[in-house]
Design a protein around this ligand. Sequence first.
Ligand code: HEC
Length: 111
Amino acid sequence: MKRTLVLSLMAALIGFACGVKKSTTASVSTGFSAEQIKQAETRFPGVSSAELAEGKKLYESRCSSCHELPHAEKMSQSRWAHEYASMKGKAQLNFAEDRLVNAYVSGILVP
Ligand code: HEC
């Protein structure tokens, strides 16, 4: 009996934690600066701004469902690679989505 109570309390807490998704402060502008595109292109040659916009959408929706949107714009390439490696599975990104997210993020990382 006591155990059931503890379990349901835990379930409620977990549900609560996941439900309280704070609104992100990410920019709403759709345009990318020339620097961002250039930086993204160094790792993803020929990537289009439409693809970057797609990656941005994916990143903002899929990486903010469990916690606030991470500040990739404050991360170095190696820090991002490290964080992303442990989150990739959690976000359940397929091959194409993985590429788009990384293309977008590579444009906003700390150079
Ligand atoms: C299914 C839930 C879930 C999704 C989706 C998810 N994360 Fe996470 N994330 C977590 C949890 C739980 C933690 C804290 C525990 C840990 O580090 O494993 C975390 C921690 C982090 C951290 C470390 C924060 C810190 O304080 O150091 C970063 C960065 C991060 N996530 C980035 C991402 C990115 C980028 C994505 C999208 C690709 C993503 N997360 C998607 C659950 C998730």
